[in-house]
Design a protein around this ligand. Structure first.
Ligand code: G3P
Length: 219
């Protein structure tokens, strides 16, 4: 399963890249807007940090023809870019065309099994169902992920499921259990997920017991 960072913060990405856990980064207009006035520079920096990773960059145009042109321009920025396009009916034709032209797409704001099936039929690389926003409207996000996994596997589509809008460690746990291909995780959630009180207590006890022995060199 791939782990992506859901952020456009270069310093934080650098820090997590060092762990060896990170397979890519997903940005969106909200993330990039938080990081200052030169989003193109930021995107290029992120692409360089993970040359073999997958970096998702979202379109900001709304007219379908402009979205198409912008998607091509974004894709041309770096070999490791996937273009994020919202799962809206108006964009189906350009999504089909971009797939035909070998542009790798991550379809974002996916909220139903039917939308997912449509995108699989168009042959996109990833669909990004938003777990947290399902929870916001009292839909059990993990159940939808499990349904998606089953349908995609039954029909043998190659589109990968990327769990997004992960708001806590529980969401990440549920995404793992549902068998998604990837999850994109905000920094605070990844930080929490990488800590465990029992691990910390266990290290403390081992260190204390070892110190009692008074051995200086081992082995
Ligand atoms: O990748 C998109 C995702 O980060 C959105 O998350 O918490 O704004 O629903 P959220």
């Amino acid at each position: 399963m791939k782990l992506f960072l859901d952020t456009a913060n270069v310093a934080a990405i650098k820090k997590w890249v060092d762990t060896g856990l990170i397979d890519g980064v997903t940005t969106n207009p909200t993330h990039l807007a938080k990081e200052g006035t030169d989003p193109k520079k930021r995107v290029l920096e992120i692409c360089k940090l993970l040359p073999y990773g997958e970096i998702s960059v979202e379109v900001t145009e709304t007219d379908p023809n402009k979205v198409y042109e912008q998607a091509k321009e974004i894709a041309a920025l770096s070999d490791n870019i996937l273009v994020k396009i919202p799962c809206h009916r108006d964009y189906y034709p350009i999504i089909a065309q971009l797939v035909d032209e070998d542009v790798k797409l991550n379809i974002t704001l996916v909220f139903s099994l039917v939308q997912s099936l449509f995108m699989c039929k168009l042959g996109v690389t990833y669909i990004s169902p938003f777990i947290g926003r399902w929870d916001d409207i009292d839909v059990e996000g993990k159940d939808v992920l499990i349904e998606l996994r089953d349908v995609i596997d039954d029909y043998t589509y190659e589109t990968q499921v990327l769990a997004a809008s992960i708001r806590g460690v529980r969401h990440l746990h549920e995404a793992i259990l549902s068998g998604v291909d990837a999850a994109t995780v905000p920094l605070d959630v990844l930080q929490k997920a990488s800590q465990h009180i029992l691990t910390d207590q266990g290290i403390g006890k081992f260190n204390a017991d070892w110190a009692k022995l008074g051995v200086k060199n081992f082995p």
